[in-house]
Write a protein that binds this ligand. Structure first.
Ligand SMILES: C[S@@+](CC[C@H](N)C(=O)[O-])C[C@H]1O[C@@H](n2cnc3c(N)ncnc32)[C@H](O)[C@@H]1O
Length: 214
């Protein structure tokens, strides 16, 4: 196992996190035992963060003890890998608007004690601000037309040190070329925050870009 970042490992063309809950799978991912440690395979087709890492991301901001505000957590596929990395000293506040994926996320939170489910609309951070304590990373994966507005609103409200947004061009404007949408989004976000890195996620996630800000 080659260490890529703290808590993220690579073997061949696959990446892994150390399983916080040995023996337990979250989304039918592969489990691999090496040197007495169990690793969970992190699927880039199921998780845009894994896609970004495999595409050569340099600024990976999730580490042990991190406090993450996660907008659009769904059933917790990506969040489960963050949970592996941050360990029991960190926390993930998982915001999700839809009840169906949230039901599965709630089950996952019962197993993994470093995740907290919040059924809420990320457009309305005032709905959950009383729950969030000292988030230092904001991670957003919401395929909505106003995804940039949601990101900026939450960044301004919670003032984390870092932000990561997974932008889906076609949700913003289906008629515009994705590269033009990306340029516009970078310009808009760049007015408010320093962009550390922007990385396209194809072929894992078509017409998506990951933007990391400080
Ligand atoms: C692409 S999925 C997220 C996948 C997940 N991040 C992962 O990697 O495991 C986007 C999620 O955002 C949620 N969503 C959409 N609009 C939202 C909003 N306004 N507030 C909170 N969640 C929202 C959707 O219900 C959906 O579950």
């Amino acid at each position: 196992m080659k260490k890529l970042f703290e808590g993220v490992y690579k073997e061949g063309n696959r990446i892994f996190t150390k399983n916080l809950m040995p023996g337990r799978k979250v989304y039918n991912e592969r489990l691999l035992k090496k040197g007495g440690v169990e690793y969970r395979s992190w699927n880039p087709y199921r998780s845009k963060m894994a896609a970004a890492i495999l595409k050569g991301l340099k600024n990976f901001l999730i580490k042990e003890g991190e406090r993450i505000l996660y907008l659009g957590v769904a059933s917790g596929t990506t969040a489960s890998h963050f949970s592996d990395i941050i360990g029991n000293g960190g926390i993930i506040y998982g915001i999700e608007i839809s009840f169906k994926p949230m039901k599965n996320f709630i089950k996952l939170c019962q197993e993994r004690k470093n995740m907290l489910p919040v059924l809420a609309d990320a457009n309305k951070p005032e709905m959950y601000e009383a729950i969030i304590e000292d988030a230092n990373v904001l991670y957003q994966d919401i395929a909505q037309k106003n995804q940039v507005e949601i990101f900026l609103k939450n960044m301004n409200k919670f003032e984390p040190q870092h932000g990561i947004i997974m932008v889906k061009a076609r949700s913003i404007d289906i008629s515009m070329k994705p590269n033009r949408v990306f340029e516009r989004v970078k310009k808009e976000i760049g007015k408010h925050f320093e962009i550390k890195e922007a990385i396209k996620l194809a072929p894992y996630a078509k017409d998506h870009i990951a933007i990391v800000v400080e």
